[in-house]
Write a protein that binds this ligand. Structure first.
Ligand SMILES: Nc1ncnc2c1ncn2[C@@H]1O[C@H](COP(=O)(O)OP(=O)(O)OP(=O)(O)O)[C@@H](O)[C@H]1O
Ligand SMILES: [Mg+2]
Length: 233
């Protein structure tokens, strides 16, 4: 469903991504790991058609990022790093706006479902700008899920969540992952162990590990140990 083939991204002189290839099937929740500056967000921006690769190709649900970018976007729910939102809008107003962009027929119902799913009900009276960080994160997740996409690309989805919220949002992601492709980035190894069945580790724009969590943990005491070993330079 998601196929990344020999993707390279060069910013000026810098190789942010260097010949990255992997594919993800339905039902997989893949943790994309790597130190700051490794290229995780760059890869996600390429998959979601925000920026083009310098070389290589990506196919999502059978659509190509160069030939069918609109179809690619329709298949993907994307929570970008820093979670950009319209701070002057109320939550239902914003979600209706997103639903209308996707031309959803049942937009009112989907907005209500997303509010319920992501636990936004207590904050409906506030503008997005007045929400706490964790609640904004939930709005970001709600907008990513609203069109029931087959592929979810989540750039550090659990940043800023308190332990209770973390638990709930993890459940939402795990549940979504049963029938979708999920690619999420995180710096928290516990997070990977709690949510993902596979991890891809990148360092300086190159893949240094790719395997099921069971496989990766078999050879190492923990994901932390593996991460340190592969990314310490
Ligand atoms: N627009 C840009 N122009 C120039 N360099 C960029 C640009 N965007 C990203 N980079 C560089 O590309 C490299 C990869 O950045 P990226 O944001 O993909 O890393 P990341 O793995 O998401 O890191 P983090 O964990 O800090 O979010 C970094 O060295 C970054 O400075
Ligand atoms: Mg990033």
């Amino acid at each position: 469903m998601l196929q990344v083939t020999n993707v390279t991204k060069i910013y000026g002189q810098q190789h942010a991504l260097d010949n990255v290839s992997f594919s993800v099937d339905k039902g997989e929740i893949v943790g994309l790991l790597g130190p700051n500056g490794a290229g995780k967000s760059t890869l996600m921006k390429i998959i979601t058609c925000f920026i083009p690769p310098s070389e290589g190709d990506v196919n999502v649900c059978g659509y190509n990022i160069f030939d069918n970018p609109k179809e690619v976007c329709r298949c993907i729910g994307y929570l970008p790093e820093q979670n950009p939102l319209y701070t002057e809008m109320y939550i239902p107003e914003f979600l209706r706006f997103v639903a209308d962009i996707y031309k959803l027929k049942n937009s009112r119902q989907r907005v209500d479902e997303m509010i319920e799913l992501t636990g936004l009900t207590p904050e409906l009276g506030k503008k997005i700008g007045a929400l706490s960080k964790g609640y904004r994160q939930r709005v970001g997740l709600a907008q990513a899920l609203i069109h029931d996409p087959q592929v979810l690309i989540l750039d550090e989805p659990t940043t800023g969540l308190d332990p209770n919220q973390l638990e709930e949002i993890r459940k939402v992601i795990i549940n979504a992952g049963k029938s979708k492709v999920v690619l999420l980035s995180t710096h928290i190894m516990q997070e990977v162990e709690a949510m993902c069945n596979r991890a891809v580790i990148i360092n300086h724009g190159k893949i240094v590990a790719d395997g099921s969590l069971d496989e990766l943990k078999k050879k190492n005491d923990s994901m932390e140990e593996l991460f340190h070993k592969l990314t310490k330079d």
